[in-house]
Design a protein around this ligand. Sequence first.
Ligand code: WTA
Length: 633
Amino acid sequence: MNTTDSSQLEGDIYLPAPAITANAHIQEYDNLYQRSIADPQGFWADRANELEWFKKWDQVLDDSNPPFYQWFVGGRTNIVYNAIDRHLKTWRKNKLALIWEGEPGDVRTFSYFALNREVCKFSNVLRSMGVKQGDIVTIYMPRIPEQVIAMLACAKIGASHSVVYGGFSVEALAERIQDAQSRVLITADGGWLRGKTVALKQIADEAIARQATIESVIVIKRTGQEVRMEAGRDYWYHDLMALPIANPFCCTDELDAEHPLFVLYTSGTTGRPKGILHTHGGYMVYTYTTLKYVFDIKDDDRYWCAADPGWITGHSYIVYAPLLNGATMFLYEGAPSYPYPNRWWQMVEKYGITILYTAPTAIRGLMRFGDAWAKRHDLSSLRLLGSVGEPINPEAWRWYYSVIGRERCPIMDTWWQTETGGFMISPLPITPLKPGSATRPLFGIEADVVNDQGQPVPAGEEGYLVIKKPWPGMLRTILKDPERYKTQYWSKFGNMYLAGDSARKDKDGYIWVIGRIDDVIKVSGYRLGTAEVESALVSHPAVAEAAAIGLPHDLKGHAIYTYVILRAGHEKSEKLAEELRNHVAHEMGPIAKPEQITFMDSLPKTRSGKIMRRVLKARALGMPEGDISTLEE
Ligand code: WTA
């Protein structure tokens, strides 16, 4: 039973169907939430005890040096041990871990047994190439099983992975390789997208030419397109996996709970992307628990998270959490509407998908093709739906709920971030839903909305979204920049985690996330920084100065608009604008391609020379410019 009396709730309420809630792992929210907040360490210790440890922890939380919190201190584990090895001792050994469909329609499946074999072999290959604990291996791949295998193989031997999204391009990749000082890059000849191949290897070659740290490149043959292989540096994956060193037996390294698992670069307020660092123990316990509770994972589920492993959603909820829960997951390589807008619905029907987790932008994108494409498919296998990446607009919510979920499947609108490791604010299958609200914080999470002084704001008022206590899945630091970690997240309010989002809390305690309050733009759910787009623009010889802002966009949520001052000797023209847009796509990736370039003679700046993006935004939207007292003459 749900203890929240839904008749007392305000607004547009959707109650979950009894068939969904009857067998849910979690049957009650309020009491369990109160207990988890009263004793978070006890709560997390119980969750950690559901998994296996080589050695149990001495201390659940070490908070002696805030904000450098440590979890399960003294514990020895390896996330791969819990994600794979432990299932091999049970009937799940022969259960499907992964079903994969390529865009051209090719299908591959892996049982836990088979996945383990591939991971072991590749771990041995990596070891033989000198990869060891403490190294950071960069992975730049399409959505194919080898991407998952490569990540797990690194973790198994205590190396960290840094996955760079396959939609990023030359400079974005080069910068991330450089920051991580990676010596090994794992990539592919290409991948399939909308019936065409993406030239990943060629982009990788260009990136390596800019950054000299890479010594070896492992290339998966996916598309068979012509690629250049440099002797002594580049190796085919299938050649390496056929060598005797690719032995199918490999011990999983016993690691400290706080041993680094991965670095994932994400955009922040200023400058270069930040390497967000997560560790084995806490991240493992957190992602395992949140997926189990929110998507109510059961052994007979076929779970599909339609994100890319190159983003945090994919790290946590394609790769690690489903395997930690012994689930069967589905992965699809290509575009949602290829060759027709029913591709996704066709696959839901074909594979009997029970849980579908995606982003509002994808829902809006498919919604515009009308209901008929979904209606001709039997989607009755679906049990739960999910949304992530940006606030979901009520129209998209209702379409998702009625046309895809056929009014049977509740929508888990999960609010979280690269930094948080896993879901923070989210409904459970038992939660009465309000379209557009991520509802309430999960167990052990003290979320609030506060004003500039750090005081909770009254119901209905906008404020900063903060988390008041540490949690196991939290980032540990920013790679090589602990100071930035401190100032960015923990300095504004003393000892509260600043998410960088604004939000409102309603009378029922439901949280409504409004959006970013910094210079992060969410384009189709992808997180991009204005600074990165600007630096891509000024790397073009014609550009003297540039400013980027995000403006609302029907499909993408937000789109990038840029303002450019040209260098002397360059003429404004449509042709040059197009060239600049393509230049950004080449440097950063197609996702960062500006919607529009506006040539300017000057940019609004403060007297100290900082571009006032707020003013540009207000002008573009025809809104009041606000306080412009600091604007330069
Ligand atoms: C936004 C993605 C509203 C938010 C997992 C956050 C959301 C940023 C939601 C993190 C949601 C994510 N409702 N906004 N359900 N989920 N966001 O690091 O602005 O790529 O700060 O992590 O996405 O983006 P990131």
